[in-house]
Design a protein around this ligand. Structure first.
Ligand SMILES: *Cc1c(COP(=O)(O)O)cnc(C)c1O
Length: 401
């Protein structure tokens, strides 16, 4: 699972210190906080770790996406291309900006298929959101080349890939902006939390202002007297989460190392069965979140998953969990079942029928996802736990295939 497995005395002490000082707000209260700013410290450490200039901590990965889209100036009627396989949050953030999500197919990496991305670009495309699913980087060389050719900004959704890399660069730092999630089940956790990153000072400032009601955070002016840059939201991270984040970040390399070791061991154990594995665009940069292989048919996958379940082995997202991760299962979004639908005139491009993709429009993604099995990897798995998974896979293969 990741950092949540390692929550210990370091996090406890750091959060406890925040409570002792009594300042939970990231800004102001200078005397009481004795010069200690945990969210700002986490941002600084994160920037250094990722090799990026600017980091804006926020309340979640979802609000990180919303904040980044706002910073990039994406708005009503714009089209944003993302992938058919992602958590609903990517689509929700696009819809929340009143833009139109456009799903691109995935390839055997289970991330954005660059060839389909290029087919989906129109004169209305305002941003591209590749998603690094389950710790594996997307094909960023091809994606960036297409994006640059068409002059479209790229926002990397690295919510599931904190610390993963692609050809030596950390995922999230390759495009114009990137985001991360620190919810409880991600690579590292702050309880709930997220980060927006960029090398552009302009994009960073806009994200900074947007995430805090338009505040420009001029230290020379009391908060209540500050001017607003523009209306924003409250997507702030609090000091307890910041303190957690700074401690969890110190454990990130250990999380990645253990996951990679455990994954390699598991892969070696089931390799003799001859399965086709998920494509890795940069094997060295894989965060080791899970091990994915393909079976001949969707029916076999369901049987296989059941057989594993009977042996006490669960799967991660594939095959169970697809309701929340595959475009075909987002009818609420395709039908624009928003709470304010009646108030949006039908001329609003956000609702125009011509923009709507529907279930069945991503046949390649469906075919790949239906044939995939994902085995979760955890940090604290020991040899016996890994062997149990390998044995279960071997006997499921005997039973089902
Ligand atoms: C988890 C996740 C998010 C949202 O992050 P939260 O912190 O849970 O809001 C966005 N995109 C992807 C791909 C995710 O997995």
């Amino acid at each position: 699972m990741g950092g949540s497995e390692l929550i210990g005395k370091e996090e406890k002490a750091a959060v406890s210190d925040v409570l002792d000082r009594g300042v939970l707000f990231r800004y102001g209260f200078d005397a009481q906080r004795k010069g200690i700013y945990k969210v700002a410290e986490f941002e600084g450490d994160f920037a250094k770790y990722m090799g990026i200039k600017y980091c804006q901590a926020v309340s979640s990965g979802t609000t990180a996406l919303r904040t980044a889209l706002a910073a990039m100036g994406v708005g009503p009627g714009d089209e944003v291309i993302t992938t058919a396989f992602t958590f609903v949050a990517t689509y929700e953030a696009i819809l929340e900006t009143r833009a139109v999500p456009i799903p691109a197919e995935i390839d055997k990496s289970l991330n954005m298929d660059p060839a389909d991305l290029e087919k989906k670009i129109t004169s209305r495309t305002a941003a591209i959101i590749p998603v690094h699913m389950l710790g594996v980087p997307a094909r960023m060389d091809e994606i960036m080349q297409i994006a640059r050719k068409h002059k479209i900004p790229v926002l990397e959704d690295s919510a599931q890939a904190t610390g993963s890399s692609y050809k030596g660069e950390k995922t999230g730092t390759i495009g114009d902006m990137g985001i991360y999630s620190f919810d409880y089940v991600k690579t590292i956790t702050t309880g709930e939390g997220g980060m927006v990153v960029t090398d552009s000072e302009e994009l960073y400032r806009r994200a900074e202002y947007f995430h805090d009601h338009g505040h420009i955070h001029n230290p020379a002016i009391p908060r209540g007297d500050e001017d607003r840059a523009f209306p924003g939201m409250n997507f702030r991270m609090d000091e307890m989460a910041g303190a957690m984040g700074a401690e969890q970040l110190k454990k990130l390399d250990y999380v990645l190392r253990r996951q990679r070791e455990n994954k390699a061991q598991m892969k070696e154990g089931i390799a003799p069965l001859g399965f086709e594995f998920r494509d890795l665009p940069d094997p060295a940069g894989d965060g080791g979140d899970c091990l994915i292989f393909f079976l001949p048919s969707a029916a076999k996958v369901i049987e296989f998953g059941k057989s594993l379940g009977q042996k006490g082995i669960g799967t991660k997202i594939l095959p169970s969990g697809m309701n929340w991760h595959f475009f075909d299962n987002f009818p609420d979004m395709m039908e624009r079942r928003t709470l304010h639908r009646e108030k949006c005139p039908f001329t609003c491009p956000y609702q125009a029928k011509e923009f709507m993709y529907k279930k069945g429009d991503l046949p390649k993604s469906k075919e790949l996802l239906e044939r995939a099995i994902a085995l979760g990897i955890s940090v604290n798995m020991d040899d016996a736990a890994i062997k149990k998974v390998i044995d279960a896979v071997k006997s499921a293969a005997k039973e089902v295939l």
